[in-house]
Design a protein around this ligand. Structure first.
Ligand code: 2AM
Length: 176
């Protein structure tokens, strides 16, 4: 679409957590499990905006900047397979209130500004593989990554030279 960008709000992850996750993934999944997401692209989406004009981006960015809420702890201690979308994911067994509040706020702002929001319940997750093979086995949930979330990010999804890259555009601090 002309003059639009494919945007989403998400949480990024400390580099060492990204590295630990991809090492765990390499040890616990077969090489042909699916298309692994690159370490630098691992993130947890809060609200997907779709193809957005510069004007709408500005409005959503202003609203995001007004969000006042404390930071929270994110725990990744669960994994699963979505058969229909052929995705293997990591996520929290119990999402913290802070995470749900932040996602709900951004999703509501997006919806009010005409960005279609799926009626499916929000399922916070970090996509690990796409195009997974049907028989992939999910390792037992004997892992746990935990880190403090102090900010959220507006990303642009850029597809170039056959690869998707998530480019951070803006970042907002949560209150301490
Ligand atoms: P996924 O990893 O579960 O596919 C960039 O594409 C981010 O936006 C990804 O986290 C992706 O989630 C999410 N995303 C892409 N399309 C989406 C949609 N239609 N609804 C909700 N999230 C979407």
């Amino acid at each position: 679409m002309a003059d639009t960008r494919r945007l989403f709000f998400a949480l990024d992850m400390p580099t060492e957590v990204q590295q630990q996750i991809i090492h765990w993934r390499a040890e616990n999944f077969p090489a042909d499990a699916g298309r692994p997401i690159a370490a630098a692209n691992l993130h947890l989406t809060l609200a997907f905006l779709g193809d957005v004009s510069a004007e709408k981006q500005k409005a959503l960015s202003q609203l995001a900047g007004r969000i006042q809420q404390p930071g929270f702890t994110l725990t990744l201690d669960d994994a699963g397979l979505w058969v229909r979308s052929r995705v293997v994911w990591l996520g929290p067994r119990h999402a913290s209130l802070g995470l749900i509040q932040l996602a709900n706020m951004l999703r509501a702002q997006a919806a009010r500004n005409g960005c279609y929001q799926s009626p499916q319940p929000y399922h916070p997750h970090v996509t690990l593989y796409r195009n997974v093979i049907q028989s992939v086995a999910i390792p037992p949930p004997n892992f746990r990554w935990q880190f403090k979330v102090e900010a959220f990010v507006l990303y642009e999804s850029v597809f170039a030279q056959g690869r998707t890259r998530y480019r951070p555009l803006e970042r907002w601090q949560l209150n301490n």
